[in-house]
Design a protein around this ligand. Structure first.
Ligand SMILES: *[C@@H]1O[C@H](CO)[C@@H](O)[C@H](O)[C@H]1NC(C)=O
Ligand SMILES: *[C@@H]1O[C@H](CO)[C@@H](O)[C@H](O)[C@H]1NC(C)=O
Length: 158
C-alpha cells in the first residue's frame, strides 16, 4: 500500500511543470500545447531531453537577431525559491552559451515568453538552441529542457 502511494505521488510529481518551445520549434511534436500539462513538453534530461536531432534544421546567420518564443506550459513558480528561464546555443555535445535569462514569476500556466537574442559568431551545422525552465522548486523536477536544431552560417555565405 505504501509502495503504491509512493509510486502514485512520484508520477503526480513527474507530471507537473512543463516547457514548450515554439520558435524555433522544438524537435518533438507540439501537440496539445493549449492544454496545461501537455505531454509534448515534458523533457527532464539535459541538454535536450534525450531527443534525436531532427532533419528540420533552421539556418541562421551569425550576428542576426532572432526571437525565441517559448511557453510555460505548466506553472511551477515557488516564491520562496524562484527559478528562471534561459536560452542557450551551441553544440549539443559541447558547452552551450547562454544568451538570455529571466526570472520565473507567478505567471499562470500557458504564458508565452519571448526572448530577443543575437546569434553569436560560432558557426556550424548540427547546433541547437536550447530552452531551459530551471524550477528551483524542491517539489518539482529541477529543470525542463527543449531543443531546436539550427545551423549557423557566416554572413558572407548568406
Ligand atoms: C539587433 O538588436 C540590437 C538591439 O536591439 C540592435 O542594436 C542591433 O542593431 C540589431 N542587429 C541587427 C543585425 O539587426
Ligand atoms: C525584441 O525585438 C523586437 C524587434 O525585433 C522589438 O520590437 C521588441 O521590443 C524587443 N523586445 C525586447 C523585450 O527587447
Amino acid at each position: 500500500m505504501w509502495m503504491k502511494l509512493v509510486i502514485l505521488s512520484i508520477s503526480a510529481y513527474i507530471c507537473t511543470a512543463h516547457l514548450c518551445m515554439l520558435s524555433p520549434p522544438q524537435r518533438t511534436a507540439l501537440n496539445d500545447i493549449n492544454k496545461a500539462g501537455s505531454d509534448s513538453c515534458i523533457l527532464l534530461a539535459g541538454p535536450c531531453g534525450k531527443t534525436k536531432p531532427s532533419m528540420n534544421m533552421l539556418y541562421l546567420v551569425a550576428g542576426q537577431n532572432f526571437t525565441v518564443v517559448f511557453q510555460k506550459n505548466l506553472d511551477h513558480f515557488d516564491s520562496a525559491s524562484p527559478g528562471y528561464w534561459s536560452v542557450s546555443i551551441g553544440k549539443e555535445s559541447g558547452t552551450l552559451k547562454e544568451l538570455f535569462r529571466t526570472a520565473d514569476t507567478a505567471t499562470p500556466s500557458l504564458t508565452v515568453y519571448s526572448a530577443n537574442i543575437t546569434i553569436p559568431e560560432q558557426t556550424g551545422k548540427n547546433m541547437v538552441i536550447q530552452t531551459q525552465y530551471v524550477t528551483k522548486n524542491p517539489k518539482a523536477p529541477a529543470a525542463f529542457y527543449q531543443c531546436a536544431d539550427v545551423a549557423v552560417i557566416k554572413k558572407a555565405e548568406y
